[in-house]
Design a protein. Structure first.
Length: 375
């Protein structure tokens, strides 16, 4: 079922409680199933608050995280919804209250509590994660749902790892007005967000491609930069395909489960090959990747949030920069943000198929959403 951003479904649901409700669950074997949740979740800590989910967004990470060793939880990260309740002992200055329209993402974790998944009608958010934001009234729910994780992740790549500034969001850094940026995988949600943040930052030139097999596109990028007199030294691989890292085994011989990988054909290798001649050798290249690249240490792994134990010490101020970007883009979304076209799924069994299809890369330039409660 497809739905446009002008659909009345953008508005918060009027029903206060829908119990039981359906949740999309990932088990220890990597199988996706539908579970019925009979009891409404309740905030157990003063930092927690209950959200009625209107839409959740499907991401490749929903299933990819199984290949990272994460499972046994209700799936889903990005969501929009309405605050239903807070903990009785929450502080008087608690930033969220009943009825607030919010958007955000849930914190990943192996066997996390089922109340923390986004692919269900209700979830518990936690203030300590800094992953929930107020949704401006002018920002339709159906456009905001697939916003937080790609924007926050793209912000880590562009404004942290690549070191670019965004003065309008109070971020210092390099001036990109005479710089070029390559975004490999521009048709993905992360690539889509990265292109728009790069435009907002003011890059002189933004190159993008959507095919891992497009050697012709690679040559065209390099030649175009050369003709324009631009040194292309900055790149972000948003898809990281063909590395054998957090991917199901492909091409493995019978009886040998080891992944057979030709790294030269991977998207990180192609991305690096597209840079201007000599920049890698001179140490001028800056490379960001959406997954860790074990075969090439010059790629730095981006994170959806730098607010992890240990990360704040390694990179002080980085998670605050990510948060500033999310807030700035949401507040100025009408001027700087163009939402992806969407497909909305409201049936539980169809949601299972959609999650697999997104992981398999079957959708391009399209964000697939789940409308809750699932039927």
């Amino acid at each position: 079922m497809a739905q446009s951003s002008s659909d009345p479904g953008n508005e918060p649901a009027s029903d206060p409680q829908i119990v039981p409700f359906k949740a999309v669950y990932l088990d220890s074997e990597g199988s996706i199933s539908i579970r019925s949740i009979s009891d409404l979740y309740k905030p157990e800590l003063p930092s927690q608050f209950l959200i009625r989910v209107e839409y959740s967004a499907i991401n490749p990470g929903d299933l990819r995280h199984f290949h990272m060793g994460l499972h046994s939880f209700v799936m889903g990260y990005d969501y929009v919804g309405t605050v239903v309740s807070t903990h009785p002992d929450s502080s008087s200055d608690f930033p969220f209250k009943k009825g607030d329209a919010v958007m955000g993402m849930t914190f990943p974790g192996h066997a996390r509590p089922i109340s923390h998944g986004a692919h269900q009608a209700y979830l518990l958010a936690d203030l300590s994660h800094n992953l929930t934001f107020h949704r401006p009234k002018s920002f339709p729910a159906i456009e905001a749902v697939g916003f937080t994780s790609p924007v926050q992740t793209a912000a880590d790549a562009i404004f942290n790892i690549l070191g670019i500034g965004l003065p309008s969001a109070d971020l210092d850094g390099d001036d990109p007005s005479e710089k070029a940026l390559l975004i490999w995988g521009g048709a993905s949600a992360l690539g889509w967000a990265s292109i728009q943040l790069a435009k907002a930052a003011g890059f002189k030139c933004i190159f993008t491609t959507a095919s891992r097999k497009s050697h012709a596109a690679l040559r065209e990028i390099r030649n175009s930069a050369k003709k324009q007199g631009i040194i292309l030294s900055l790149a972000f691989d948003t898809v990281c395909k063909g590395t054998g890292i957090f991917e199901p085994p492909v091409g493995a011989e019978e009886g040998n489960p080891k992944q057979l990988v030709d790294f030269a054909k991977s998207t990180p290798s192609l991305t690096k090959s597209a840079l201007s001649e000599g920049v890698v050798e001179r140490g001028e290249a800056k490379l960001a990747s959406s997954l860790p690249i074990l075969q090439d240490s010059e790629f730095l792994f981006v994170l959806f949030s730098r607010k992890w134990a240990g990360e704040e010490g390694k990179h002080p101020g980085w998670w605050q920069r990510q948060e500033k970007v999310v807030s700035w883009v949401s507040e100025n979304h009408e001027a700087v943000w163009k939402p992806m076209p969407v497909k909305v799924v409201d049936n539980a069994e169809e949601s299972v198929k959609a999650i697999q299809a997104v992981f398999d890369g079957k959708y391009s330039l399209l964000k697939v959403l789940l409308k809750h409660p699932l039927t």
